[in-house]
Structures are given as C-alpha cells and as structure tokens.
Design a binder for this molecule. Structure first.
Ligand SMILES: [Zn+2]
Length: 43
C-alpha cells in the first residue's frame, strides 16, 4: 500500500493500521514536511 501526504503530496510506502490510520514505513515522525495526515493511494 502507498500513502500520500495530505499537505505536500509526498508518497511513501505505508501500513494501514487497524483503525484506518495510514502510517508511512520508516517515517514515525510523519512526512518530511512535518504533517502526519496521509491518505491511501490505490494501485
Ligand atoms: Zn508532507
């Protein structure tokens, strides 16, 4: 699965957590822009 930052549009490989949260792999602090809200990308 991939996740895209809602703020800057950066795309990361991501996990989808049980509660629906999108968490970028290896990016515990969130996006490089500082945002932590992601949306899933269907591939
Ligand atoms: Zn971002």
């Amino acid at each position: 699965m991939a996740g895209r930052c809602r703020e800057c549009g950066a795309v990361y490989s991501a996990w989808i957590l049980a509660d629906g949260t999108v968490e970028p792999i290896g990016k515990k602090g969130g996006c490089r822009c500082g945002a932590s809200n992601f949306e899933t990308l269907s591939q």
